[in-house]
Design a binder for this molecule. Structure first.
Ligand SMILES: Cc1cc2nc3c(=O)[nH]c(=O)nc-3n(C[C@H](O)[C@H](O)[C@H](O)COP(=O)(O)OP(=O)(O)OC[C@H]3O[C@@H](n4cnc5c(N)ncnc54)[C@H](O)[C@@H]3O)c2cc1C
Length: 408
């Protein structure tokens, strides 16, 4: 009874997306998720909101979950503005320049998760073990066996680890990682400003880290305020009025004063990259494979591209009569995604280092760079395409255009 084609440990956004993509292709999947589901009526607003790229939207559309997401609070943003607190460099990006209606959406993770859960429940090819916790794994020549904390054993030809940055599966298998502590934390919250956000994603680079105001419904914004960790701790302790005043001042009152705010959370930041994404019968996707600085809001978007690429490789192998858990098949996925993810991680690192550096020659480079990008239509368009997730070699789930998928 507990024999599957693929076992996925971690039913977060990335793992659940991979399960949906496999289930609809007729693959028998087991999803193991530790967190019990929260009924919709008991859900609280997420203080942390994700910027979801056009590529991720296309993946959700291809899987038939976008309608359920868009019917909730998905907020489309059309412009981005980035500037340096120590200089006059500024870059403005407008979707109209690409002939696009918007650049991306701001969406609470719980809304995406609920839409994906609905899809998982309605697919007979998918069995959910939730709440259930992965305990150990044993790899044989032809199979992989997973044991849960409650003693159940599941077998499949492939195990997918989508169990987050601390990935118990990756740890159990001894897959090495390279990591770096940024000594920064991001304070996140929903805030309301006196002036309208004009559907624009704003980011001001301060010496301690970037401060982003990302547009939401009814004049609210989702903030991601990255600071040295001790400073983030101090900001978390401020009372509401002091928090509003410091936040508005740090943003140079660009959207006026801050007049209201919700619950605050602080997220410590660490970069992590797994030495291998695959070994025989096992593949890592999402944060289990890589954790990236949140300054461009790319983490879950990269994970969704991993999920789409891996499932495409698995489905093609099955159709060609090949074993989807074999290392030579899984290496196609690793070659496809590892380089792209490394490039994005390195770019975020370089931006964070350049903008969080007080040395004055770098200040001139920063401001010159922003002015160069702002003055060149070609560079602006290149930057926007990457921010929309539409650069690089996209999996086919991310290439279906919005018009084509809505007419299906
Ligand atoms: C401040 C901040 C802002 C961010 N903003 C953005 C953004 O705007 N856009 C963006 O794309 N990304 C953003 N990110 C990145 C994003 O949060 C992550 O990339 C994303 O959550 C990773 O998703 P995942 O499904 O891979 O992992 P997770 O969300 O960590 O899911 C892993 C799942 O595995 C389960 N699990 C763990 N252990 C076990 C076990 N033993 N047994 C069973 N299940 C288990 C967990 O319960 C969890 O559900 C941000 C990150 C931070 C810190």
């Amino acid at each position: 009874m507990n024999q599957f084609d693929v076992i996925i440990v971690g039913g977060g956004i990335v793992g659940a997306t991979a399960a949906c993509a496999l289930g609809r292709a007729g693959v028998r999947v087991a999803v193991i998720e530790a967190r019990p589901p929260v009924p919709v009526e008991q859900q609280q607003p997420d203080p942390r909101v994700f910027a979801i790229t056009r590529a991720s939207e296309r993946i959700f559309r291809s899987l038939g979950v976008w309608e359920a997401i868009a019917a909730q609070d998905a907020f489309a943003f059309s412009d981005m503005e980035v500037w340096d607190a120590r200089g006059d460099g500024v870059a403005h990006f407008d979707c109209a320049e690409l002939g696009e209606p918007y650049l991306g959406h701001m969406i609470e993770p719980r809304i995406i998760q609920t839409a994906l859960s609905g899809q998982l429940e309605s697919d007979d090819n998918i069995s959910r073990f939730c709440p259930a916790r992965f305990q150990s794994v044993e790899i044989q020549d032809e199979n992989v066996t997973v044991t849960l904390e409650d003693g159940q054993c599941l077998t499949a030809s492939l195990l997918v680890a989508a169990d987050g940055v601390r990935s118990p599966v990756r740890e159990a298998l001894g897959i090495r990682t390279r990591s770096h502590d940024y000594n920064q934390s991001s304070v996140v919250a929903l805030v309301k400003t006196a002036e309208p956000h004009r559907d624009t994603a704003w980011q001001r680079f301060l010496p301690g880290g970037p401060l982003a105001f990302l547009p939401m419904q009814e004049g609210w914004s989702s903030i991601v305020w990255t600071l040295p960790t001790a400073e983030a701790g101090r900001i978390m302790e401020l009372d509401r009025d002091a928090f509003h005043e410091e936040l508005a001042a740090a943003f140079a009152y660009r959207l006026g004063s801050v007049v209201d705010s919700g619950e605050r959370e602080a997220w410590p930041l660490r970069r992590m990259h797994a030495g291998h994404y695959v070994i025989n019968r096992v593949a890592l996707i999402g944060d289990a494979a890589h954790a990236i600085h949140p300054l461009a809001g790319q983490g879950v978007n990269l994970g969704l591209l991993d999920a789409a690429a891996l499932t495409e490789v698995i489905i093609a192998a099955r159709q060609g009569g090949r074993d989807p858990g074999a290392l030579r098949v899984l290496r196609c996925y690793e070659r496809w995604r590892r380089g792209d993810n490394l490039l994005m991680m390195s770019a975020m690192d370089a931006l964070n280092r350049t903008f969080s550096n007080a040395r004055s020659p770098l200040g001139r480079v920063r401001n010159l760079g922003l002015s160069l990008v702002n003055g060149s239509g070609l560079l602006r368009q290149l930057f926007m395409r990457h921010a929309m997730g539409l650069g690089g070699d996209l999996p086919s789930l991310a290439t279906v255009s919005e018009e084509a998928s809505s007419s299906v």
